[in-house]
Design a protein around this ligand. Structure first.
Ligand code: GLU
Length: 480
């Protein structure tokens, strides 16, 4: 890695990777690639109750599946580890101690209950619910007395009254008025650091030069800037991107459908699709190209071009993009990606050879938008399909029986090999019946596939063996 640029993605392992967080990870990765910098993965697991190792593992897996790779992290080490906040508690206490000794922080003996009561009072008086500074000026004797009562203090940062201006790479200058921030807790009474404090200590010690994250953290940034300054650390560049919204304009949540990357993976979206889609949400490439691979995205990416306005997650667009990416795959690759989804749907892919699966993938690719959707059209080729209601209706129309008989007779007559030549079969049936178009093809499609929709009939005829075609025609005739 060539430059001094260092970025980080810092998920909290309290659930599966959310698509919104995946987008943050992708922006960080793109910027790191573009700047020839380093991407660090840091696990923010200070919330002991909600953090779980299996979630951490799942986040690492999902990032890897997406194609987001990091150079330093809990799984691969690095020069500024450890990379889990739960393993850095001593470091936070040490820096908090420094702030205490310089008077930039002080012990606070207010209990959660006291604070909740005072916040409610402030709200009732329409005053901002800031900390009222009660423990700011306690004397040493007063502190000793409170400690003698067994109260374990938290450590609070002394926030000066000053205007804080953030120069944001996406939003430009954002100013927070003096008094926006009251004295805030950096170490809780249980000895654990708060998010703002741990993030600043880590970003500083890990040499982070650029912080790219969601705008839900913008209001934390003035606190963080105060902490950087108080501890004498250089302040990184910030970029706060807008959050993802659902179609109703509210923040994307489970109510709108799947929000976990894992669920998109299970649904049969390709990783390159989700990467492409999330990367381009809220940012467009001049000239309007939409279907791109990560290398092209790196070439065009610039964090400054990301729009400040929110981005709406559009499922139809994602489906469209997935079908585009599936088209870029060779039939072999598509078959390879499809196979686990077919197996999961109960289809036996082990008894046919790879060339059959490949031809099948080629035949159905226009009928599917996700890999899991491959199960329905593939079933036509992997087992005898049941006749659905519409197919039965078509088969009972006048003339259908004659059409099926004509196809069966011609299939038997054209017995050059186990595969039939679809064009020869169709033209022979055409001359035998004097029919063409729908009247000819619909009964055949219904008999062979059990449905009136699906892959090209030519492809179906080309893939099924002659025996299988005859068997399915006879089955349909018998059902009439
Ligand atoms: N753990 C925080 C989150 O997941 C990270 C915020 C940050 O990037 O500073 O929202």
């Amino acid at each position: 890695m060539g430059s001094d640029i260092r970025l980080r993605f810092a998920p909290s392992p309290t659930g599966w990777l959310h698509v919104g967080n995946a987008r943050t990870a992708i922006y960080n990765w793109l910027q790191a690639q573009r700047e020839d910098g380093v991407l660090i993965l840091r696990i923010e697991d200070t919330d002991r109750v909600r953090s779980r190792r299996d979630f951490e593992q799942a986040i690492l897996e999902d990032l890897t599946w997406l194609g987001v790779h990091w150079q330093e992290g809990p799984d691969r080490g690095g020069s500024s580890g450890p990379y889990r906040q739960s393993e850095r508690e001593k470091i936070y206490l040490e820096y908090a101690q420094r702030l205490l000794s310089t008077g930039k922080a002080y012990p606070c003996y207010c209990t959660d209950e006291d604070l909740a009561v005072r916040r409610a009072e402030a709200r009732a008086l329409r005053r901002p619910p800031r900390y009222d500074g009660r423990c700011r000026g306690l004397s040493a004797a007063q502190r000793r007395k409170l400690e003698a009562q067994g109260i374990r203090p938290s450590i609070r940062f002394r926030a000066d009254e000053e205007v804080i201006t953030v120069t944001d790479q996406i939003r430009g200058m954002v100013s927070f008025p003096s008094g926006f921030v009251g004295d805030f807790v950096i170490i809780r009474s249980d000895g654990l650091p708060t998010y703002n404090f741990a993030a600043v200590v880590d970003d500083a010690l890990m040499g982070i030069t650029d912080v790219i994250r969601g705008e839900d953290h913008l209001s934390n940034t003035p606190r963080q800037i105060m902490l950087y300054r108080a501890m004498g650390f250089p302040v990184p560049r910030f970029a706060h991107h807008a959050l993802l919204l659902g179609p109703d304009g509210h923040r994307l949540s489970k109510r709108h459908g799947a929000t976990a990357v894992r669920l998109y993976r299970e649904e049969g979206f390709l990783p390159q699709t989700l990467f492409n889609y999330l990367a381009l949400l809220g940012w467009a490439i001049e000239g309007g190209a939409e279907v791109m691979d990560p290398a092209e995205l790196v070439r065009h990416f610039d964090i400054k071009k990301v729009r400040a306005g929110s981005a709406v997650f559009d499922m139809d667009k994602l489906l469209w993009l997935n079908s585009q990416h599936m088209h870029f795959l060779s039939p072999e690759e598509l078959a390879h990606h499809m196979q686990p989804f077919l197996e999961k749907a109960g289809l036996d892919t082990g008894s046919v050879d790879v060339s059959y699966l490949t031809a099948m993938a080629g035949a159905i690719r226009d009928n599917i938008q996700t890999l899991s959707q491959a199960a329905v059209p593939s079933a036509i080729f992997l087992k005898t399909p049941d006749l659905d209601e519409e197919a039965i209706k078509v088969l009972t129309l006048p003339g259908a029986r004659e059409v099926l008989q004509a196809f069966r007779q011609e299939a038997e007559r054209l017995c050059a090999s186990s595969r039939l030549d679809p064009a020869a079969l169709i033209s022979a049936a055409m001359s035998r019946t004097g029919l063409k178009g729908k009247q000819l093809f619909m009964p055949l499609r219904a008999a062979l596939t059990g449905s009136i929709r699906g892959p090209e009939l030519q492809a179906v005829l080309g893939l099924l063996t002659r025996e299988e075609i005859i068997r399915r025609l006879e089955r349909a005739l018998a059902s009439l």
